[in-house]
Design a protein around this ligand. Structure first.
Ligand code: HEC
Length: 191
């Protein structure tokens, strides 16, 4: 009876020693490669999650009402570009306020011709030119308008058509660069 009692503290000491050793050993093990890998994996997971969140956010922007803001920005960009093209090219004939010139160049301001024929007709006229008799705001014209020079891009054409449609009292609307590219590819329509 006395002997086990005597060894008990030693056993307890041994147990504590073993536990301490085990703890230290596991601590050392924890600081080694598997732990480091786990850490790296965690980082990778975080990065992946961040990327997914980024994609999810992009989708949210694409499908939420903020898209209307993006569209407005597109229109603003087309208008800015279009104003430059109008002033640098169309204005020579149709004049600064779109009022046209005498009986030679019809007005593009508050034009009943534009209102009646629409944005696509304006685009086709710019792309392929115009000729023959036409009546604009009660006045007859019979002139020739050349196609827009080829150094003007499809974006320039989309811009100037959008600009004319939204200026000078015309009814508004937007035509995109992609739509102009399509019209150009389809070729000059036969009348
Ligand atoms: C060199 C002169 C000239 C230039 C530059 C010119 N046009 Fe014209 N435009 C005319 C003439 C002339 C007509 C009438 C054609 C006819 O009688 O068949 C016309 C007709 C039009 C019409 C249809 C009638 C109307 O007034 O509503 C539109 C729209 C038009 N032009 C827009 C443009 C735009 C936009 C540009 C610039 C990208 C442009 N034009 C550049 C001479 C020009």
């Amino acid at each position: 009876m006395k002997t086990p009692m005597k060894y008990q503290p030693n056993n307890r000491f041994a147990a504590i020693l073993f536990c301490t050793f085990a703890f230290v050993a596991s601590y050392i093990a924890a600081k080694n490669a598997p732990s480091a890998n786990a850490h790296t994996n965690t980082l990778t997971t975080h990065a992946t999650n961040a990327a997914s969140v980024g994609i999810a956010e992009a989708h949210m922007i694409a499908y939420n009402p903020l898209a209307a803001v993006a569209l407005a920005d597109d229109k603003a960009a087309l208008m800015a570009k279009g104003e430059k093209v109008y002033k640098g090219y169309c204005q020579t004939c149709h004049q600064a306020n779109g009022q046209g010139l005498a009986s030679v160049y019809p007005p593009v301001a508050a034009s009943d011709y534009i209102k009646k024929n629409g944005i696509k007709d304006v685009a086709l006229g710019v792309l392929w030119g115009r000729s023959g008799k036409m009546t604009v705001n009660g006045k007859e014209y019979n002139g020739v308008m050349a196609p827009i020079p080829s150094n003007y891009t499809d974006e320039d054409v989309a811009g100037v058509v959008t600009y004319v449609m939204n200026s000078f009292g015309n009814p508004g609307g937007i035509i995109t660069t992609a739509e102009i590219t399509k019209l150009r590819k389809a070729g000059k329509p036969k009348k």
